[in-house]
Every structure is written in C-alpha cells, then in structure tokens.
Ligand binder design. Structure first.
Ligand SMILES: Nc1ncnc2c1ncn2[C@@H]1O[C@H](COP(=O)(O)OP(=O)(O)OP(=O)(O)O)[C@@H](O)[C@H]1O
Length: 408
C-alpha cells in the first residue's frame, strides 16, 4: 500500500505527458494550414483587437444639455411694426434640450369669453337653429359630439372645435358658439413666413457629459473653445466643427430641409451630439461630433409640419382677455450619445484566450484535410494514430521473439 502511494506520488510529480506531433511534409496541406492560421490571426488582431477594441472596457455617458437662442426679428403686418426677441419666439424659455423656435404664426388679438359665430369655413354651415344643437360641440364641423355636462367645453378641446353651440344658427351661415371670441381664423398660413429672419438666429449649446466608471467629466466647450472664441465663432462642419454656436438656417439645411419650407409650416430637427472617447489617449482628444437629422416633415404625410397654440392672458376694463397664437416653428431635439473606452486587463486576457481557442480551428480543419481528403490519407492516418490492436499484436510478437531467444 505504501509502495503504491509512493509510486503514484512519484508518477504525479516526476512525469509529464505531452501530445506527440506528426510533421507532415505536404505542400497542399501546409499551405492550407498556414492560410487558415493567418486568417485567424488577422481576425484576432484586426477585428477583435483593433476594430472591436477587445482590450478595453466601455462606459456610457450621463449627460446634460443647456441651450440659449439669440437673434432679433422684425415684422410688419396690417401696418403694425413689431420686434421679436428670444423671449417672444422660444418655447419654453428655460433653455432646455428640446424646444421650439417660432418661425411663423397666426395671431388672434383681444379674444374674450362670449358668444360669436363659428368660423364660416364651409365645414360649420347651418340653415336653421335645428342644425346647431344646444350644448354640443363640433369636432371638425361635420360631425357633432355630445359633451359631458361636467366638462367645460373650453378645457375639452379636441381637433378644431372652438366652443359650445348655443342652439342658434347665425345669419343662416354658421352656428353660434360660446367661446373665446372672435374665433381664430387659421385658414391661411402666412407665406413667406413672418419670422423669416429666424434663419439668422443663433443657438448656443452647452453639453456636459460624465463617464462615472472612469471618473471623467467633459464639456463640449473643449480646451480650444475659450470665451473670446465663443463671442465670434459659428459652427461649420469643415472649418469650425467644435464651435457650439449654430445658425438656425445651417441647422435646417444640414438636416436636409429647405428653410423657407420648414419655416412656413414648421418641422422637427434632431441635433445629435456624439462622443466617442478613447481614454487611453490624451483627454483633449475626447471631443464631440455634431450631426443633424430631420425627424419628420415629409410633405406627403397627412399632417404636414409642426404647430401648436399658446395664449397670453391679460385684463382690460375688468374683462379677462387673451392673445391667441397658432405657432409654426422648428422643433429642436438635442440628443446626446456618449461612449468611452479604456484599457483593462480582464477583457484583454479574455480576448487573447478566445483568440488562442479559435486558433485551434485551423488545426482541426487541416487534420480533416489531411486524414480524409488528400490521396495518401491512409498513410497519414497510420502515422497520426497508433491503434491499440496493433500495439497488442506488436507486444505479443515481441514477447514471442523474446521467448524464442531464451529457448535457444
Ligand atoms: N445663442 C447665442 N448665439 C451667439 N452667442 C451666444 C449665444 N448664447 C450665448 N452666446 C455667447 O456665448 C458666451 C457665453 O454665454 P453665456 O450664456 O454663458 O454668458 P452670458 O454672459 O450670460 O451670455 P449673454 O450674452 O446671453 O448675456 C457669451 O459671450 C454669449 O454672448
């Protein structure tokens, strides 16, 4: 028993097994094998390490965006001159990452609560009072819907309805409604757009990103963007790609729209700020790239452009009044996409390990060619494999030879 343990112990520590290699001198198999190995090597170095950066770990950015518009527009309508500044044409005005720059509008001044006829636009026709059912409202003027008695008609606006019918047909033309009067007439959208000067408005974007895993914080006001540069620069994809001040006209044209068209009916544009940072390089090389994308606005769509209504309220002679605006504008959405990569030993070792594993594929393929496809496959098989049956026969014959020698 002791001897057995000693023997096993000695075998374990003093012996080493290694697979026997067969050196095959066959040009066809040799070339096929080297080409395969080179292919695998190219995949590991080119794809896994260089393209996919398999030696780095990745982190996604957390970001914040602030915006500020600047620019002045002048309008003259019905003999009234007016100057528009940023507080008038940006909605909302807090400098957030999605906002609207008004480029055109339909203004209805001095509305107050009262009774007045619906817009005689052909969809609200009536000939008798019976056509105007009291307490109902029209969605588009063609179909009538019952209102819930508990809901105030003005708070429950859907579609084009402007008020609650009083039951009177006004001058045999359109139903009388209880509404904000006079009702807004939005049948004609001003063309050319009223704020055509918006093309020269400028947008300042301040974007901060953070990669928490690497403890890195960056801003789009990179090292080369100082306060004097900010006062004069204007974004240009070729000449000034890092300037964070953009002309609205450039944003529209870079996103593939025509300013005169989008300004009249409105539209939507995405500004993409892309950060692709390799933190193994100098931090100054971690810079943003700006891209512009039209989000919709195809004129073949059923609903063209972008608009919304907003009102400013005031009191005149103790009567609450409002100025209603139907605003057409460029809806800007700023989207940030940030990724950073940095060297890490664990993905490096994993990539090397999997590379070595894939290297074995070349040997498997070459073995298949050598043992099954080449003309002398049987010869190579006898070289590569030593069968047990043969061994037993050989051992038997050796033993017989030894017995013969001993008897002589
Ligand atoms: N939309 C914009 N178009 C052009 N320049 C801008 C715009 N917004 C900001 N700037 C300029 O960028 C710089 C930094 O703006 P920031 O808002 O931080 O400072 P500010 O002094 O509060 O700006 P402001 O000039 O609005 O008072 C300033 O020189 C400012 O004039």
């Amino acid at each position: 028993m002791r001897n057995l343990i000693k023997e096993a112990f000695t075998d374990f520590f003093c012996e080493y097994e290694t697979p026997r290699q067969v050196l095959v001198r066959n040009p066809r198999v040799g070339i096929a094998c080297r080409v395969l190995q080179l292919g695998v090597l190219a995949y590991i170095i080119g794809w896994v390490f260089m393209y996919e950066k398999g030696y780095q770990v990745e982190d996604t950015a957390i970001s914040s965006v602030f915006t500020k518009m600047k620019g002045i527009a002048y309008t003259e309508s019905n003999g009234t001159e007016r100057l528009w500044d940023v507080a008038d044409y940006v909605f909302p005005d807090q400098g957030v990452s999605s906002f609207v720059v008004m480029t055109n509008f339909i203004m209805t001044i001095g509305q107050s609560q009262g009774k007045c006829p619906e817009l005689a636009d052909g969809s609200n026709n009536c000939t008798t009072d019976a056509d105007c059912k009291k307490g109902e409202y029209k969605r588009t003027g063609n179909e009538s819907y019952k209102t819930d008695a508990t809901i105030q008609p003005f708070e429950d606006e859907v579609g084009n309805e402007r008020g609650r019918m009083t039951g009177t047909c006004f001058n045999e033309t359109s139903c009388e409604i209880l509404s904000w009067c006079p009702v807004q007439d939005d049948r004609v959208i001003p063309n050319p757009p009223l704020l055509v000067a918006a093309e020269n408005f400028t947008l300042f974007i301040k974007n901060s990103i953070s990669f928490p895993e690497f403890g890195v914080v960056r801003s789009n006001l990179v090292e080369s963007v100082d306060s004097s540069y900010l006062k004069t620069c204007l974004f240009d994809p070729a000449k000034q790609p890092l300037c964070p001040i953009f002309k609205l006209g450039d944003i529209v044209s870079l996103s593939g729209f025509k300013f005169s068209e989008i300004a009249q009916v409105g539209g939507s544009i995405g500004i993409l700020i892309e950060w692709e940072c390799n933190l193994d390089l100098r931090i100054e090389k971690c810079i943003p790239k700006y891209r512009f994308q039209g989000l919709y606005g195809n004129s073949s769509q059923a609903s063209v452009g972008y608009n919304f209504r907003t009102a400013k309220y005031y009191t005149e002679d103790r009567i609450q009044k409002r100025t209603l605006m139907k605003v057409f504008g460029v809806y800007i959405e700023i989207i940030v996409n940030g990724k950073a990569r940095k060297f890490d030993i664990i993905p490096t070792l994993t990539a090397i390990g999997s590379g070595v594993g894939i290297f074995g594929v070349a040997t498997v393929v070459c073995d298949v060619v050598l043992l099954h496809l080449v003309p002398r496959k049987d010869f190579y098989k006898t070289l590569k494999f030593k069968s047990t049956a043969e061994q037993e026969q050989e051992t038997d014959s050796m033993e017989m030879d030894q017995t013969k020698e001993a008897s002589h």
